[in-house]
Design a protein around this ligand. Structure first.
Ligand SMILES: Cc1cc2nc3c(=O)[nH]c(=O)nc-3n(C[C@H](O)[C@H](O)[C@H](O)COP(=O)(O)OP(=O)(O)OC[C@H]3O[C@@H](n4cnc5c(N)ncnc54)[C@H](O)[C@@H]3O)c2cc1C
Length: 485
């Protein structure tokens, strides 16, 4: 088949730009790659009109993975602030939990400029200010993109052997996928989409209080009144600069408002959280070159497991369009980096084999699930369970039922097993009996998580066995959802 390009990547954000470079690297620049991005080049990667909305935090491990696998390395100014780990505070602030592990707080406005330049050096072509509107299909397979050139208002059509959808969580391409496939088109918005928002602020130090600002640590506040069904964060971008915001689950917000007879919205909660921070005074929106137009904004994050299938004939999903952020903390950059590298490797193999079928691209599913995705369903379950708990239970659980082993597991991005919730341990009897529901809930979540991890590690190695595997996954998830509801 003669096509305009070998690969078209729709969306020039974190996922699209790394995937483009990865394909070029793995194929020694042998194939033609086009990235279509709706923003002008200076605004590449901008998620919404209000900016590059993100908490900006990523682990060093993810950045290192990309350097080792495809030789791309970042430095300052895109890695804006190094951090030593994350501290999570319980609602009563009495049980801080330290998740050690180096990371960075990024500058998401500057980073895409670096990523575009990296990709251009590898021969990747760009069409900026062009919106991809729909997928072209022929004989049951995807063969290109149609959209609009925003500079001239003209319609454009481009064909390719593979289209990568990296257009983010609101992907219209995935929602309107015109061919038969195993890809899920829609997310359960009520349960699995968080509304989030944040400011990037500069400030003067009001008082030293490292529970509210620490230049060396990302801080997370868990609190069902402050951030119902989500969490609030204070991530340092310097000694006097911060990314501060929170995320909520809409139905948890409604429940919280009924309970407190209040009319709070996402924005009013963010503003109260910022106003209530005692470590900062003289706050102002950051407006240097790397921040102007990006200091205030809200956007959505998917917090379910990744799409149960991420490939179709001629089509592949990566990043938020595949619902990759971790369900427990909405961290999407790490999984996106891993997936983009794996997508690049598998697309390279498909191009060399001149076969872009679902079957050929299937190894991207298995590679990603084995490398990273196998834990996501279990984290989805844990997140759904935590969303049902009161502040008192969260504080009690963090203080008494979370062990060092659990913290280590979470740091390694593995599931906690809540081994302390064990009737064979007499020291725990009183705690378990006074918080029986919580203890039973945590044990159930741990047990189901183990089963889900095992099931995911058995992700089918070819499309033929997907239907049986998927039926069982949905049965397990539905059983747990019903119990939590
Ligand atoms: C408030 C908030 C806080 C977050 N905090 C963190 C955090 O601290 N750490 C972390 O790891 N993750 C965090 N995340 C998640 C993280 O930001 C995402 O996982 C990540 O940006 C996903 O990258 P992506 O490229 O898939 O999608 P996006 O970043 O959404 O990029 C999509 C790109 O596609 C382009 N595009 C969209 N539609 C079209 C179209 N039709 N045609 C052409 N181009 C198009 C857009 O212009 C954009 O450039 C947060 C998210 C939010 C909203």
């Amino acid at each position: 088949m003669q096509t305009d390009y070998d690969v078209i990547i729709s969306g020039g954000g974190m996922a699209g730009l790394i995937t483009a470079s990865a394909i070029a690297k793995f194929t020694n620049q042998k194939f033609s790659i086009l990235v279509i991005e709706r923003n002008p080049k200076v605004d590449a990667g901008k998620k919404t009109v209000s900016g590059w909305i993100c908490g900006d935090a990523v682990s060093k491990r993810s950045i290192d993975f990309m350097r080792t696998e495809i030789g791309l390395a970042y430095g300052r100014p895109e890695l804006e602030q190094p951090v030593k780990g994350v501290v999570a505070y319980s609602p009563d602030h009495e049980a801080p939990i330290l998740f050690d592990g180096e990371g960075y707080v990024l500058n998401r406005k500057i980073l895409p400029q670096r990523q575009v330049s990296d990709a251009e050096k590898l021969g990747v072509e760009f069409e900026f200010e062009t919106t991809a509107e729909s997928l072209l299909s022929e004989n049951g397979r995807i063969v290109g993109i149609s959209g609009t050139d925003r500079k001239t208002g003209t319609k454009v059509k481009k064909t390719s052997k593979i289209v990568v959808d990296a257009t983010g969580s609101a992907s219209k391409l995935r929602q309107n996928l015109p061919i038969k496939s195993k890809i899920q088109r829609e997310i359960d918005k009520e349960n699995d989409l968080e509304s989030t928002g944040r400011y990037i602020l500069e400030f003067d130090n009001a008082r030293d209080d490292t529970t509210y600002f620490d230049p060396d640590y990302c801080i997370i506040h868990l609190d069902q009144d402050l951030a119902p069904g989500g969490y609030a964060w204070v991530f340092p971008k310097g000694k006097n600069k911060v990314n501060i915001g929170l995320g909520v689950q809409h139905k948890s917000l409604l429940r919280r408002n009924r309970r407190l007879s209040s009319n709070d919205t996402l924005q009013s909660l963010i503003d109260k959280y910022v106003d209530g921070n005692p470590a900062m005074k003289n706050r102002r929106l950051a407006d240097g070159d790397g921040d102007s137009g990006n200091s205030k904004g809200n956007w959505q994050v998917p917090v379910r497991r990744q799409n149960d299938c991420m490939v179709a004939d001629g089509y592949l999903l990566v990043g938020d369009s595949a619902w990759m952020p971790r369900p427990i903390d909405a961290g999407g950059i790490g999984p996106t980096i891993v997936a983009a590298v794996l997508a690049g490797r598998n697309i390279a193999v498909a191009l060399e084999a001149e076969d872009a079928s679902e079957e050929m691209l299937w190894t991207y599913n298995t590679d990603y699930v084995r490398a990273y995705g196998y834990q996501m369903a279990s984290f989805e379950l844990l997140r759904r369970y935590l969303q049902t708990l009161s502040n008192e239970k969260i504080s009690y659980g963090m203080k008494h039922f979370l062990s060092n082993d659990d913290v280590q597991n979470i740091t390694r991005r593995e599931h906690p097993n809540f081994g302390r919730v064990n009737l064979l341990n007499p020291i725990m009897w009183l705690r378990i009996f006074t918080h029986w529901d919580l203890a039973v809930g945590l044990r159930y979540t741990a047990k189901m998580s183990e089963a889900l991890i095992e099931h995911n590690l058995n992700y089918p190695t070819n499309p033929e066995h997907f239907a049986d595997w998927h039926r069982k996954l949905l049965r397990m998830m539905n059983e747990a959802y019903q119990r939590f509801s």
